[in-house]
Design a binder for this molecule. Sequence first.
Ligand code: PLP
Length: 422
Amino acid sequence: MKIDQFETDALMDVAARPPVVFVEGRGSWLVDHTGRRYLDFVQGWAVNALGHCPPEIASALAAQAQRLVSPSPAFFNDTALALARRLARLSGLSRVFLASSGAEANEGAIKLARKWGSLHKGGAYEIVTFADGFHGRTLATMSASGKAGWNRSGRRAAPGPLRAPAGGGREANGDEHIGLFEPKVPGFPKARLNDLDSVRALIGPRTAAVMLEPIQGEAGVVPATGAFLRALRALCDEHGLLLVLDEVQTGVGRTGSLFAFEQAGATPDIMTLGKGLGGGVPLAALLAKEQVACFAHGDQGGTYCGNPLMAAVGNAVLDVVAQPQFLAGVAERGAYLQQHLQRLAGRHGLAGERGSGLLRALDLGAPIGPALVDAARELRPEGLLLNSPRPHLLRFMPRLNVPLEDIDRLAALLDELLAQVR
Ligand code: PLP
């Protein structure tokens, strides 16, 4: 079958996609329209916690689809209630709102922090966020993100009818944001990760919260240190601010504990989950401490929020991932992948390796990431799917139950590719 037959032009051209159409997936493997197989270390961008089409998810979907799909978010349903109870028990954050994407959960977190600020902090609405952070692609979550290229940093433009207002807010250096889709949502000053003074400098009477990822995933797997997270917790307590953790990428076992915050020992007031929670289907969650969960009726909602079909998958994922022995397995696999990556870094003179659990990155020390991604996909007889969120970097997000032989195969293929590309 030729790719032309798929009439790819019917889709909006929002991403540079390779000329491959996937038609099937199983475990660590995807199959394209020509029948070629690919070893997948992207897994839907850290989404398929249990791999492609795991039997647990297929049967949860089938069973729920035959029982109850959409009773409306205006009614309780047993499956969503079960998921909410489990998430509350596992996280210690007693109130849960179920959503469909990470951006939607983060949008909810921002609204909740602002509502809390309006009720308890004299109308404070600013949320200190971080350079290079990533929280999603709605307008507010883009404004909260510090993704390079979304905010071109510069001095506020002189007022004039055709100038874009600098609505993105202040940065630690006092500059204003000018960039994409202006005007941005104001109120997201940007601090620097692992630099407590840069956060302190932005706290004022309008500050309601501090929001960050425990590991900046899209920025290239850049961790907030445990010491920084604990110091942020103390700083928030000192100033009466909310600590909001975006665990959309790090949560649900990805780093070897159910939530990354557990490893740092810094409990958030608000947390968001997505990606792995749905194991490949659109499911996300916003969680908050009891005293922070201040939404009134009508403040938050959505047609698919708490949809039992998706919630059934969340329960099926937690049945597996929340088991201590499964999480120990993630940590072991992560250490195994780390050893391979360290060996490759040494052999090929790369800059290094970093990450936590099965969210890892290889710092290539040169902007060869995109070339490696293309060459890996073109490998014969079987391709390899890699991700390069930054040109000098490869990010690895395999399924959490990835067999060790798949990691061996990845390492052998990477060894060949690095020899060729460098
Ligand atoms: N937050 C983080 C940390 C993410 O990594 C992502 C996606 O990559 C999002 C939020 C946005 O999630 P979604 O794409 O499901 O809206």
